[in-house]
Write a protein that binds this ligand. Sequence first.
Ligand code: SF4
Length: 333
Amino acid sequence: MKEAKYYEKFNNQVKCLLCPHFCKISEGQISPCGNRINLDGKFYVTNYGNPVAINIDPIEKKPLYHFYPGSRTFSFCTAGCNLHCKNCQNSDISQNVRILNHSAYQSPKKLVESALKNNCSSISYTYSEPTTFFEYMIDTAKLAHIHGLKNVLVSNGFINPQALSELSQYLDAANIDLKCFDDYSAKRISGAFSNPVLGTLKFFLKTKVWLEITNLIIPGYSDDLKFITDMCQWLVSNGFSYSPLHFSRFFPTYKLSNLTPTPETTLEEAYRIAVNAGLRFVYIGNINHYSKDTHCPLCFRKVILRDGYRVTDINIKNGKCIFCDRQIPGLFN
Ligand code: SF4
């Protein structure tokens, strides 16, 4: 087993410094995220090299709409998560860690070779929570860069600054799931406060990593329009006006199977609030909505046209709108 990064000895325990839970783990115990164990006072990673899901996805599925649109991304994860969201869409792999941690070994080299063989331009660390396979991700990301592949993080953003700082050196894009803006709702859904996630967003804004943000609207949990207004105003006043915001429609799942899907009227209202607050690229996911296309912020013509996850046309050349020459925020071929 590989020794974990970011921990320290704490009396007879080890204290994990990777995410804001700062778990203290006793001898022989496994971490709550399921992927770390204290053995003889050393902290080890139990999921290194054990992916449980591998797919070739369109980059739009992450979702990333302004990052090499139409490209293929090699996507994988190990089991495990540092949050325990009631609405988890991947609970079979994020929460059943002990059962799944014995999949066939795949080295970072093997993953990079597979990405290249499948004509992918990036590798995405996604599905479960990449923070919990930090060491495997970093080693793969370093190798991916050497071979000309980009690295994409799809994360809940619940990670400590020092680890994030190291990781960001190898990242090219990130989609961060801002589950809820207010702490009460965030804690109710995921068991964790939102403040560290806001810190992660602010961190990325100061780097060259292209950032997009997802906000899932769950009826009765994260659909309070006051908090959506607060979130949009916070994003604008903190410099995120040009960071795409993806509102996502909730469908009943896992521990929230008793709820109904998010009403389209709520999504429309959230969209209106975000646009009025000054966010320039707002999208609604999980429904067929006119926001699916990207418009130039100057001439308002369509610069990226989509049909579901498929890009049907791109009117961007050298990163600029072909109609009015306005720079379009993002990274394009
Ligand atoms: S990464 Fe896992 S062990 Fe470390 S603090 Fe977070 S939940 Fe705890």
